[in-house]
Design a protein around this ligand. Structure first.
Ligand SMILES: Cc1ncc(COP(=O)(O)O)c(C=O)c1O
Length: 453
């Protein structure tokens, strides 16, 4: 039984006892869920009255360190479990999650803790991040983003072309709001990022799907739709297509740019999805900066919860974009952009990028043990696109998998309008937190395919 030593402690006895017990709890000498000594025994062993013990126990309860259990005594609270449940998501998904495309959590928590400690010692920064600003934000943040992007894109970027946002999704809705009106037409790849489809449906923009083949968007079909629909925008995920993982080759990129110029169409180049370092190529915005909105984000390169992204835009549309940004959120939280800038400056972002690349390679090796990726135009990112044998469809197979406790995304979720959905599913290799869980999920998929075809 734990008997605290209260000799030599100043102040009233109940206080001294409460302090001694609190220290033992904080240092884990008294562990979570352990029972405090019965009051009578402690009163006898310490030579104090039972009411002193009662007051000390009440004081510990007031400090949130213990809890009484009726008829059983007083116990040390399990504060970690309590905190854990506080941070539980309201909506949880059961089963092995091969649906959500998230970055793996590696050293990000450590970098967050370090950056917050740094910030806690910098009064100038604290004051700055608590204020309101115009939509273009803070000078230092803009400069850091400009330098980092110029290096990443291997071309000098004018810092006036940059705008911070609350992530890729916010960038997309802001661009759509700024550049189009209800019933305007936007061209998209026949299979595309599902939330972009929802954004356009929600704001009553008309989406027209462009045909895709094994190399990505088909330029001839693009031209046909440009003639027929007089669209305002083309939305593309050229570096790593969502959901298929295809990277658009140079010749197709150049054709797409040429067609968009000829028909006076602006391009939204969505580069949010994680692309491994060896597969990174010059973005469309570096070739056609006057007609391209480049959408980047730290959601897949660091953490989805940050909600920080950015747009590189044609300079002449800066005012229009700033107005749209103000209309949606006034300005981006300088606290969040400050954290991101610290990681861009101190190398944390690069370190995490490398760590993700390593872990992702290991997960692809695992995937390749079960499935063959037949299309050489695909890039090994977070997602794998798996074509299904007859008679399976993406929709029915994803239901079948869900009954077996594995969640994936079916092709139907990504199809635009009446574009024919292929028999395929998208598997996120980074959904599960462990490789073991991923392995179990892949095994179940493999078995279910063999059983059903
Ligand atoms: C292609 C694509 N664009 C944009 C987004 C949204 O990014 P963010 O989380 O930064 O809002 C996603 C998210 O999965 C995505 O896959």
């Amino acid at each position: 039984m734990f008997i605290p030593d209260i000799s030599g402690r100043p102040g009233p006895k109940f206080q001294a006892l409460a302090d001694a017990l609190a220290e033992a709890i904080e240092s884990n000498e008294l562990k979570a869920n352990s029972k405090l000594p019965p009051q009578r025994i402690l009163s006898y062993r310490l030579g104090v009255t039972v009411s002193t013990i009662t007051r000390a126990y009440q004081e510990l309860e007031r400090r949130g360190l213990t809890e009484p259990k009726v008829g059983s005594g007083t116990y040390v609270k399990d504060r970690e479990a309590e905190q854990q449940s506080f941070y539980n998501p309201i909506t949880t998904r059961s089963g092995i999650d091969l649906a959500v495309c998230r970055p793996l959590l590696l050293s990000q928590q450590h970098h967050l803790s370090t950056a917050l400690q740094e910030l806690s010692l910098e009064p100038v920064a604290q004051k700055a991040v608590l204020d309101y600003y115009s939509a273009d934000g803070l000078q230092g943040h803009n400069q850091i983003l400009q330098q980092w992007l110029s290096k990443k894109m291997r071309s000098e970027i004018d810092n006036r072309r940059l705008l911070w946002t609350y992530g890729g999704q916010h960038s997309l809705t802001t661009i759509v709001q700024a550049l189009t009106r209800p019933s305007d037409t936007i061209l998209v790849e026949g299979l595309t990022y599902a939330e972009f489809i929802r954004t356009c449906q929600h704001s009553e923009r008309k989406l027209v799907p462009v045909r895709m083949d094994d190399q990505g968007i088909d330029p001839d079909d693009l031209e046909l739709h440009c003639k027929r629909h007089k669209p305002r925008l083309l939305y593309l995920t050229p570096a790593i297509q969502n959901p298929t993982g295809i990277q658009l080759n140079d010749s197709r990129r150049l054709k797409v740019i040429e067609i968009c110029r000829r028909y006076k169409i602006m391009i939204i180049e969505d580069d949010v999805l994680y692309c491994p370092p060896e597969n990174r190529i010059t973005p469309i915005v570096a070739i056609a900066p006057d007609i391209t909105f480049y959408v980047g984000s730290f959601s897949k390169y660091f953490a989805g919860g940050l909600r920080v992204g950015y747009i590189v835009m044609p300079l002449h549309l800066k005012n229009t974009m700033e107005k749209a940004l103000r209309a949606s959120c006034m300005n981006i939280s300088p606290l969040m952009t400050d954290l991101v800038c610290r990681w861009l400056r101190n190398g944390a972002m690069e370190a995490v990028d490398n760590e993700i690349a390593m872990e992702l390679k290991a997960r692809h090796r695992l995937f390749n043990q079960y499935f063959h990726q037949p299309n050489p135009a695909t890039v090994p990112g977070f997602n794998c696109w798996l074509k299904l044998p007859e008679p399976l469809t993406g929709y029915s197979f994803s239901k079948q998998l869900s009954d077996k406790g594995v969640v994936v995304r079916e092709a139907e979720m990504f199809t635009v309008g009446r574009y024919p959905a292929p028999a395929a599913i998208r598997i996120s290799l980074t959904g599960p937190s462990s490789r073991n869980e991923l392995k179990t999920g892949l095994e179940i998929i493999k078995n279910e395919i063999q059983r059903s075809s």
